[in-house]
Write a protein that binds this ligand. Structure first.
Ligand SMILES: [Zn+2]
Length: 110
């Protein structure tokens, strides 16, 4: 029932088995969960996965800080005009002049 939460391990197994095109009925038996629950949870996981891409892009600034490090300041070429400028961090890809305009590099990519 819904009062029986899925563990990360079960979710990973469900996704792995689906990736191998294993039938939902077999997965349900394997995970000892009702078929309907396996179906429903797989849909949830798929949706979550698709949303994850957008979520990463939405928090792009934070992700970039994590990857590049906030202190990683170096000259970068502006994505907009190609002009080299002192960039504050890896997520900072527009020169001051272009950033003055009303868009961000994250919005351009969508
Ligand atoms: Zn520029």
């Amino acid at each position: 029932m819904s009062g029986n939460p899925w563990t990360n391990q079960e979710e990973a197994r469900l996704l792995a088995m689906r990736a191998d095109l294993i039938d939902f009925r077999v997965i349900a038996k394997e995970l000892q969960r009702p078929l309907s629950s396996v179906y429903a949870h797989h849909a949830v996981l798929k949706a979550r996965r698709e949303n994850a891409g957008t979520a990463v892009r939405v928090v792009g600034r934070k992700t970039c800080v994590k990857n590049g490090g906030p202190g990683e300041a170096k000259p970068r070429k502006c994505l907009c005009c190609g002009h080299e400028f002192p960039s504050a961090h890896a997520g900072n890809r527009l020169c001051y002049r272009c950033r003055g305009q009303s868009f961000s590099p994250f919005e351009i990519r969508v």
